[in-house]
Design a protein around this ligand. Structure first.
Ligand SMILES: [Cu+2]
Length: 164
């Protein structure tokens, strides 16, 4: 009996550390109801004002990505890029709907988290902290912190990320 409290205290103290380590080591880790797969941020060149963050979101229950924040950017918006006629246009959207069990991809040429008013150059190999806010059908909000590696764009859409 005397050892029980000791172990309780130990496990309470360890739990947050282990959770943080798991989030860091597993890019595709599931956070509660939302799985965030393969997050990345496009590298920038000096003086570039904007970039995009991309990932695959899979919600176990219907949810919506409603907000994003990052310490590297003065302004962060959720954007959609799509063809209107033969012109590729980007616009801010209030959120991205995540149907239950259906992966929604944020990728160059489609939905993305727009990082604007960048405070630093984003160099390949670094990681960028991003806070994502999800809202469930019950309107309850859940905040998830991720660390997205910075990658140089080598494939996919060549649409400029700096022109809005
Ligand atoms: Cu954009």
């Amino acid at each position: 009996m005397t050892q029980t409290p000791f172990f309780r205290i130990r496990s309470t103290r360890l739990a947050p550390v282990l959770l943080a380590a798991a989030a860091w080591l597993a890019p595709a880790a599931a956070f509660a109801q939302i799985a965030i797969g393969d997050p990345w941020v496009r590298a920038t060149v000096p003086q570039q004002q904007a970039s995009g963050a991309f990932m695959k979101l899979t919600a176990s229950k219907p949810a919506r990505l409603v907000e994003a924040r990052s310490p590297v950017a003065g302004v962060v918006e959720i954007h959609e890029m799509r063809m209107e006629g033969d012109v590729m246009r980007m616009r801010a959207v209030p959120g991205i709907d995540l149907p239950a069990g259906k992966p929604v991809e944020l990728r160059p040429g489609g939905y993305h988290v727009m990082l604007m008013a960048l405070k630093q150059t984003l160099t390949a190999g670094e990681t960028v902290p991003i806070t994502l806010v999800f809202e469930g059908e019950d309107r309850r909000r859940e905040t998830v912190e991720i660390k997205a590696p910075v990658r140089a764009l080598t494939t996919g859409s060549a649409a400029p990320m700096d022109k809005h």
